[in-house]
Ligand binder design. Structure first.
Ligand code: PRP
Length: 172
């Protein structure tokens, strides 16, 4: 039976999301920002983050998957939803639930660059560094961890636990 150990409470998450939202609102004040959420995991974080911003934004989503029902990335990225709005010469904020190996975010940066945006910034709820395969500049990270499989607040294991309001370490 999998066991869950709380990593961040609802209150911890709220504070961290608010702090990052303040930085983003200040950094992009007066400029156009398009938030691109990476489905499915980012749906909870993006909705909280967007509502804490004090600047107007546009929102779109891309769908990618690499983990299937496994705890380790397959390394093969499937793009199952393309962006649907024009991002040419726009400032883009990619919103992830977690950056782990970095394979997904690197793939997405290349994909988004092909639409000629002005800038691409990366925002993640969890920055997990232990398995990072190449150096990635993460502009906004709410919480850093070294190891462990994290679920809740949008993150799943075999599609379970996404609905939990807190973040947990899953022990199988
Ligand atoms: C997760 C997460 C990131 C990616 C990060 O997605 O949402 O997109 O893995 O891992 P990486 O840095 O090792 O590439 P997943 O493939 O589990 O799909 P999901 O968002 O639908 O859960």
């Amino acid at each position: 039976m999998p066991e869950l150990y709380e990593v961040l409470s609802k209150e911890d998450i709220d504070k961290k999301v608010a702090a990052v939202a303040r930085r983003i609102s200040s950094d992009f004040k007066g400029s156009e920002l398009v938030m691109i959420g990476v489905l499915k995991g980012s749906f909870v974080f993006l909705s909280d983050l967007a509502r804490q911003l004090t600047i107007p934004v546009k929102i779109d989503f891309v769908g990618v998957s690499s983990y299937g029902d496994d705890v380790a990335s397959s390394g093969r990225i499937q793009l199952n939803r393309e962006i649907g709005i024009d991002i040419k010469e726009k400032n883009i904020l990619v919103v992830e639930d977690i950056v782990d190996t970095g394979i997904t975010i690197n793939y997405l940066i290349d994909y988004l660059k092909s639409f000629n945006p002005l800038t691409i910034s990366i925002c993640t709820m969890i920055d997990k560094q232990q398995r990072r395969e190449s150096e990635i500049r993460i502009d906004y990270a709410c919480h850093e961890i070294q190891e462990g499989f994290i679920v809740g607040y949008g993150l799943d294991y075999a599609e379970n636990y996404r609905h939990l309001p807190e973040l947990y370490h899953l022990k199988l």
